[in-house]
Design a protein around this ligand. Sequence first.
Ligand code: ADP
Ligand code: MG
Length: 257
Amino acid sequence: MTSIIPIIAVANQKGGVGKTAVTLGLASAASAAGLRTLVIDMDPQGNSTSGLGVVDTELNINDVLYADQTGVALDAVTPTLWPGVSVVPANLSLAQRDADQQLGAEMRLRKALDSPDLSARFDLVLIDCQPSVGKLVSNALIASTGVLIVTEPSIDASAGVANILNTIDTVREHYNPDLEVLGIVLNKVPPRSREADYRATELSDVLGDQLWEPVIPLRTVLAESRGARAPIHSYGSRATDLIAIFDAFLGRISSKG
Ligand SMILES: Nc1ncnc2c1ncn2[C@@H]1O[C@H](COP(=O)(O)OP(=O)(O)O)[C@@H](O)[C@H]1O
Ligand SMILES: [Mg+2]
């Protein structure tokens, strides 16, 4: 499969760092920019699915992976409340797929996306990953053209990023040599915290220019938008800084095919 549109996995094995927030922030920017965007929810928690206002659907990502058929992901594409944004939804049933032991089980998402309809219908694909380094994350990384790592300024952030970078190296070596590490996004940065400054410096020492500028501040409006199932771009002047950040990030990823 050679993809002519960017397929971006948003990953880190740590939960609560903002993978879903970044996925939805990018989807919001893409929606505002008029891009046709597909979010693939690869987390059994289904937070992107619910964040996009989608509840019950006929088909979900568990059905897609279970079917193991070329191009079948397109059958599960569901419209959302956000203009131009569709989702392949997830719910708890997806957790079963982590136990799949068949040879090739980690290739199923790539196979499911292998359809000319994907680039005919969409300009951008975002894959929201589960917090682990398990089979679902391998599926996402193998299906992607690029991966964006999200982390927060905590004591174990550097070790966590090193861990996911290792997984990515393995995937590149054995399955997807073209997978590009787009960068590392530092999220939930509190205002004027010496501890956070210290962690951010520590991360930038280790990661250098892989760490994206600017960082994403800790902002209640971001959590609020999740609850309201609304794109951050609909918050206007209450979210000017966040909107500018996600627009800039979208510019960076959508130049990658
Ligand atoms: N920059 C931020 N400011 C404030 N709250 C945030 C921010 N990023 C994420 N959150 C909130 O933190 C929680 C965890 O974020 P989430 O995106 O779900 O993490 P993950 O997908 O990595 O598990 C959510 O309630 C989310 O709304
Ligand atoms: Mg999440």
